[in-house]
Design a protein around this ligand. Structure first.
Ligand code: FES
Length: 77
């Protein structure tokens, strides 16, 4: 079984430590290989066109999709 997940964010979100306020960066782009933590892979999607849909391979190479998947098969985060 596989599933397709759509992410619209191109940057991480900081979660501050209650102990000392230091941030832990949580991935929101979906490309990190160290989920749920950001590993900097979001750099690959910084210049995306917000009106287009892309997919990425393991090497973070981008492919623009010519057709959007059916809306019922996509979870947006
Ligand atoms: S936000 Fe996903 S790798 Fe940084």
């Amino acid at each position: 079984m596989s599933r397709l997940v759509q992410h619209n964010s191109t940057a991480p979100v900081p979660i501050k430590s209650p102990a000392d306020g230091s941030p832990t960066w949580i991935c929101q782009c979906g490309l990190s290989k160290n989920q749920p933590l950001c590993d900097g892979s979001h750099q690959a999607c910084k210049d995306e066109d917000s009106n287009k849909l892309y997919e990425y391979n393991e090497k973070l190479e981008r492919n623009e999709l010519s057709q959007s998947p059916r809306p019922s098969s996509v979870y947006k985060s």
